[in-house]
Design a protein around this ligand. Sequence first.
Ligand code: TYM
Length: 332
Amino acid sequence: MRVVSGIQPTGNLHLGNYLGAIVNWVKMQDESECLFFLADLHAISMPTDAAALSASTREMAAALIASGVDPERAVLFNQARVPGHAELCWLLNGTARMGWLNRMTQFKDKSGKNREGASIALYAYPVLQAADVLLYNATHVPVGQDQKQHLELARDVAEKFNADTGTETFILPEPYIGTTAARIMSLRDGTAKMSKSDVSEMSRINLSDDSDTVAKKIRKAKTDAEPLPETMAELEDRPEAKNLVSIYAALAEIEPQAVLGQFAGKGFGEFKPALADLTVSVLEPVSARFNALKDDISAIDAILERGAEKAKAAGAPTLSAAYRALGLLSGH
Ligand code: TYM
């Protein structure tokens, strides 16, 4: 079993990333060989400022370590330091089909009405993501629900590449998607996912938020006037309420139904302060570690450099196999 996953180093690490993906990364590093990376090459698919990208790549590395990713147990690096990602992406561009990419909902969402003006990188984004996991023969990829379609494409690319070349160059990766926190929603709109790109800071809880800010965001979270019901089924048409119950369950590591067991019949006046206390108790140590780490740039760079060396070695056999399978005289 080999676990691979990534996160874009744009914006802050938020509660959706943390509960949807990072908590599972931290659990998996105890059981399996894990490679986790900052997807800085993906970040340039949207307009970026050079200095801000360097800073946020280091900051996201600090946030991951603060969340429990341990560079001694897992390989932690940034994509740009491992040329195999970009190289394999180009090789896979020969396999991926335009029709497949045209179906990707993230491209549709991010390009919006300005499809003609979108970058080629935004369009080819899922091919780079396929390269990220196939390079290391990943078997399991822990992600939130929103990445499922990209991982299905990675499987399609792997399968077609193997079939076209008559080789078994790639292993087909399995997405690993948790249940309770697979899709944490915005605090302002229960039908939109919590996201780094939402213009409203009130829509998300960042891991770097202080306790007062966390409490304020939860207090102001959109809800309804009804008390909490007995069963999760009754929350189906109350997306904001369902989201807060799911967040509570994920933070407490219990089933959502058990949260209702505790709070059924109670209103948000009672539930929100309990949720705020729980959130603060989980995030406070993370943000304390983050604040202690984030300015130690040389330590962070050393971790990323060491991780990149290990990642290069881990990816080298598959990269050579891919060049060979295509008949490219690459010297690999
Ligand atoms: P990114 O940077 O948007 O998010 C990082 C991880 O957080 C999960 N996530 C969420 N989970 C639950 N609720 C939410 N509201 C929420 N928002 C984000 C994402 O599903 C993801 O697991 N394309 C990827 C990065 C990437 C990658 C890869 C992932 C690049 N290459 C290879 C896996 C394998 C992305 O933009 O994630």
